[in-house]
Design a protein around this ligand. Structure first.
Ligand code: NI
Length: 255
């Protein structure tokens, strides 16, 4: 059984066949999914989906792309939504210095705001870090309490950086790019970091693993990520599936 810790099932790319995709995931052994939000409306959709399926959980929050849309009452609204029993985390939050859809200073302000918000609610955080490793680390070191837990989603940094994040109390989540030809850096991370610190995810509908790269991603394909990790570490895929599933349950406090 697999825990896909990051899938955007609310994405419009699933509008035609969402139910079918979710059913297929369950049939193919994915028995836990966390669906993160990236703004107010996708956070709401995420909760709606989680209400319809007992094995799907929701995270709520503002993606760095949408940091510029955070308003005065956004935190109050998020706090109300966080009371829903299927909300297990604040995310995805972080910094994206690749696309810069929001100004960097606004991204930083909103990232810090949501770290403190998650701390107040005692919820784990799901962190998006694209070409911002240094600032992500500095902000976490300064503002993150190390107690509520969290994950670097679709991790793309170095081994050294991964250990620094782990020391802060965070998990490292591995996604589709681990299967790509140019995955040398990611492969080093998987080789070096013990399984007890790793999670797996699809980031559906994005980051589709080989051999389906270029097509739409969906939770059933998380097994290709697990297989690649098993292959790199020289262990059984069942062990990867089980350990990462347990890690995810612990992080998101799912019984
Ligand atoms: Ni995502």
């Amino acid at each position: 059984m697999y825990f896909d810790t990051h899938a955007h099932l609310d994405d419009r790319q699933f509008n035609e066949d969402r139910e079918e995709i979710i059913k297929r995931a369950k049939e193919e052994g994915v028995d836990l999914i966390v669906n993160p939000g990236d703004n107010m409306s996708t956070s709401k959709k995420s909760i709606e989906i989680a209400e319809n399926y007992d094995f799907i959980y929701a995270a709520i929050g503002f993606h760095p792309h949408n940091a510029k849309d955070v308003k005065k009452d956004s935190y109050r609204r998020l706090e109300e939504m966080s009371q829903h029993p299927k909300v297990v985390a604040i995310g995805e939050i972080g910094l994206d210095y690749y696309r810069n859809h929001s100004p960097r200073n606004v991204q930083r302000e909103v990232f810090i705001g949501q770290i403190e918000f998650a701390d107040k609610l005692d919820l784990p955080i799901i962190i998006h870090d694209r070409e911002a490793h240094g600032d992500i680390f500095e902000i976490l070191q300064r503002y993150y309490n190390g107690k509520s837990g969290g994950v670097l989603h679709s991790y793309s940094g170095s081994v050294e950086m991964a250990y620094r994040f782990i020391e802060l109390g965070l998990y490292i989540s591995i996604s589709g790019p681990i299967t790509f030809k140019n995955a040398r850096k990611n492969i080093e991370v998987v080789k070096e970091i013990p399984l007890e610190h790793l999670l797996i995810e699809t980031d559906s509908p994005y980051l589709t693993p080989e051999p389906f790269r270029g097509k739409r991603n969906h939770p059933s394909l998380v097994k290709y990520v697990a297989e690649k990790i098993a292959n790199i570490k020289g262990i059984d895929v069942e062990e990867v599936a089980e350990r990462t599933r347990e890690n995810g349950k612990k992080l998101f406090r799912i019984a």
